[in-house]
Design a binder for this molecule. Structure first.
Ligand code: NAP
Length: 242
């Protein structure tokens, strides 16, 4: 049974991924602030899978990332599959952006991907096996007004993904990113008013937003051996939002 480490798995897309992968993998579900939700999720998953642990760590901090991987390795030996999902949004005009808020977005969304990957790679290289999935966004391709910092963090994830895939291909490690459109989670509910959401919905060909489970299904496929020929790619899943 392979071990999957999912960052930001206490809520939203990360929690849906954990539920989707449960009983097929050993799971490390990371959380930062939502302890109760993470522990409730762990308890639920353990009803069918004894190999689930929840670990508190702020993945924007190297010390926390080290702790996260140490606990994962102490419990399950090594991490085979890394899903860099944790992320935050920040709505503001560029001229109004606060420096510390901006830094927090870059550290949480982008630097965490670097830190987690850096920590996971040596073990993957020595085992000649590994899969890394980075959670990007449609904003990483096209940007969005009031979301310049968030968009930049996701655009950088896309190029990081392509570069890392080149670096790790000789070691048989696949690296891909997933770029969702709008997904029904707390993030989307906090970011937009009901009126804005109705307007946005009209721009989606499917006429609705994604459910977190639909993103989780794509993750399940991409980490499986069925996707062995997919690497260095940004997979879009947006209901025709383009
Ligand atoms: P969400 O419902 O707001 O959940 C965010 C998750 O990230 C939570 O589990 C949160 O943990 C975790 N997190 C935040 N900062 C963290 C940190 N410093 N360390 C560890 N965990 C941290 O968001 P979501 O919609 O599921 O988003 C998940 C990913 O998908 C993000 O990368 C987001 O940018 C991307 N995405 C979302 C959408 C969308 O429409 N929802 C669209 C495109 C891409 P705690 O609550 O425990 O702090």
């Amino acid at each position: 049974m392979k071990t999957v480490l999912i960052t930001g798995a206490s809520r939203g897309i990360g929690a849906a991924i954990a539920k989707k992968l449960n009983s097929k993998y050993k799971l490390v579900i990371n959380y930062n602030k939502s302890k109760k939700q993470a522990l409730d999720l762990m308890e639920d998953l353990r009803k069918v899978n004894p190999y689930v642990i929840a670990v508190e760590a702020d993945v924007s901090k190297e010390k926390d990332v080290e702790k996260l991987f140490k606990i994962a390795e102490d419990n399950f030996g090594h991490v085979d599959i890394l899903i860099n999902n944790a992320g935050i949004s920040y709505f503001a005009l560029v001229q109004d952006m606060d420096f510390m808020e901006r830094l927090k977005v870059i550290n949480t969304n982008l630097n965490s991907v670097f830190l987690n990957s850096k920590r996971a790679i040596p073990n993957m290289v020595s085992r000649k096996y590994g899969v890394i999935i980075n959670m990007s966004s449609i904003r990483g391709d096209f940007g969005a007004s009031m979301e310049a910092c968030y968009s930049a963090s996701k655009g950088a994830i896309n190029t990081f993904t392509k570069a890392l895939a080149k670096e790790l291909a000789p070691s048989k490690i696949r690296v891909n990113a997933i770029a969702p459109g709008i997904v029904e989670t707390d993030m989307m509910k906090n970011d937009f008013s009901e009126e804005e959401l109705d307007q946005l919905k009209e721009e989606v060909l499917t006429g609705r937003f994604a459910q977190p489970e639909e993103i989780a299904s794509l993750v399940e496929y991409l980490i499986s051996d069925d996707a062995s020929y997919i690497t260095g790619d940004i997979i879009h899943i947006n209901g025709g939002f383009l």
